[in-house]
Design a protein around this ligand. Structure first.
Ligand code: ADP
Ligand code: MG
Length: 439
């Protein structure tokens, strides 16, 4: 129940912190129908997300089980009156080498594992050579072998319509961009119509986005500025359409609205937006007031002038990461002093805003420094001008460079979010990378 991906991510983080236990690998996420007991209430029939962790530990199985049960409660699971009802988290032990346990409190391998693609597929992703230890038709067959009976991991034709999703919990989360503008520098004009915007939103989430960033005003150097009336006229129909369709998504996306105007932010939050992405980094005190009186997260971006100007850049003879870090520290301290909670802030160093190409590149190389600001970090490098250092392709053909940088950021830094135009390509690159470099 609730933000299922966030609960899985939290469980992984808490399990990783158990002493005497190392998480070696995280599987992809699978979506499946609920496995329901007979006469289950209708509202129990909600799709589930599942994944598996490969761990190494000196703990005894029962000791581990008790710790996992405690983590479920810490995350917020309430004791159920009936078995198999919807819950916010469930952490089970699927398998333990060739160990067989048949006790009241613990059955290993997990009961009916071989019949449940939502459990055995993720297990096969992280332990393909694990051998099924119980007698019967699967005795000594490997996990990779047993899952072959279900065909493609992606078709949804397996039992419980189980299929793999493109979202992962152990890589930076992807923010898909929906530009409700005629003149965005890389993909303007495509989402002007609400139906079209919803289709784009659905495909972005299907492709691996967990957040959608909807913006109606372009702020790049060559974009034309609009007034607030036009901004809301563009934004409202798209925002309300996507918000109303939240239940149609395979995972409910967080909705971010990209605006620098307090009045637009206020209206957008009233229409269901979860985040405000302000490219002026909350320069406007009224924006701070709007955020203070809401529960929204806000993206605070470093910039010099908005719209970005080709002539207004950081000094070229200093380290851009230190300059941007100093700005961020001051700005965040100021916001926290004014009552905005640190947990609500996401910092974005503003690649391409007031930075020359080589400075944008340096910021990517040193993105790890922003971790010590104590807030979440977002990087938006997708298709931007600094790519001209590496390619003469136009903005909309810079996705291979964008995806390569995403892989670098996933491996070398702990940034939380990547805002990208081609979510599908980035998600695919990050997934192959995660499979090749297990953590
Ligand atoms: P679910 O059956 O959906 O996992 P619970 O988490 O409430 O529901 O589990 C019920 C009980 O199943 C637990 O209290 C635990 O003692 C028992 N159990 C048996 N085998 C296992 C296992 N391999 N992993 C986790 N729990 C198990
Ligand atoms: Mg359980």
């Amino acid at each position: 129940m609730g933000d299922r991906l966030a609960h899985l991510r939290l469980a992984w983080q808490i399990i990783s912190a158990i002493p005497d236990l190392i998480v070696k690998q995280v599987s992809p996420v699978y979506l499946s129908d609920a496995l329901l007991p007979e006469n289950a209430a209708d509202d129990w029939n909600q799709p589930y997300l599942n994944l598996a962790l490969k761990i190494e530990t000196k703990l005894e199985p029962l000791d581990l089980l008790h710790r996992l049960k405690k983590i479920e409660i810490d995350i917020g699971r309430k004791p159920a009156k009936r078995h198999w009802g919807p819950r916010i988290i469930d952490i089970d032990i699927l398998a333990w080498d060739d160990v067989i346990i048949k006790e009241d409190a613990l059955t290993v391998p997990h009961s009916s594992l071989q019949e449940r693609p939502f459990a055995l597929w993720p297990l096969a992703d992280i332990a393909p050579q694990w051998k099924f230890p119980l007698e019967g038709p699967y005795h000594q067959k490997t996990a990779a072998q047993i899952v072959e009976q279900w065909g493609s991991r992606f078709s949804g034709e397996a039992p419980f319509h189980t299929r793999q999703l493109y979202q992962r919990i152990d890589t930076p989360q992807l923010i898909g961009v929906i530009n409700v503008t005629p003149d965005s520098y890389s993909d303007g004009g495509q989402a002007f119509d609400p139906d079209h915007a919803l289709q784009q939103a659905l495909s972005l989430v299907e492709a691996g986005a967990t957040i959608l960033d909807i913006g109606a005003e372009a702020t790049s150097p060559r974009a034309s500025l609009i007034d607030s009336k036009t901004e809301w006229q563009r934004l409202e129909p798209v925002l309300t359409r996507i918000h109303a369709a939240r239940s149609e998504f395979c995972v409910v996306p967080i909705i971010s609205v990209d605006t620098r105007r307090a009045e637009i932010a206020e209206k957008a939050l009233a229409q269901g937006a979860d985040w405000i992405n302000d490219v002026t980094g909350l320069d406007d005190v009224r924006m701070r007031e709007v955020l203070l009186s809401s529960n929204a997260d806000c993206i605070v971006m470093h910039h010099l002038s908005i719209p970005a100007s080709d002539d207004d850049n950081l000094p070229r003879d200093q380290d851009p990461a230190s300059l941007v870090y100093a700005w961020a520290k001051k700005r965040i301290d100021e916001l926290v002093k004014q009552g905005i909670k640190r947990e609500k802030i996401i910092f974005d160093p503003g690649i391409g805003f007031g930075k020359m190409a080589e400075q944008s590149l340096l910021l990517l190389q040193h993105a790890q420094v922003f971790k010590s600001l104590g807030v979440r970090v977002l990087i938006a490098h997708s298709r931007k001008r600094f790519h001209a250092l590496f390619t003469n392709k136009p903005a909309h053909e810079r996705d291979i460079e964008t995806a390569t940088a995403a892989v670098y950021l996933a491996n070398q830094t702990s940034v939380d979010y990547l805002r990208v135009h081609n979510v599908e390509m980035c998600a695919r690159a990050l997934r192959m990378n995660a499979a090749l470099f297990p953590q």
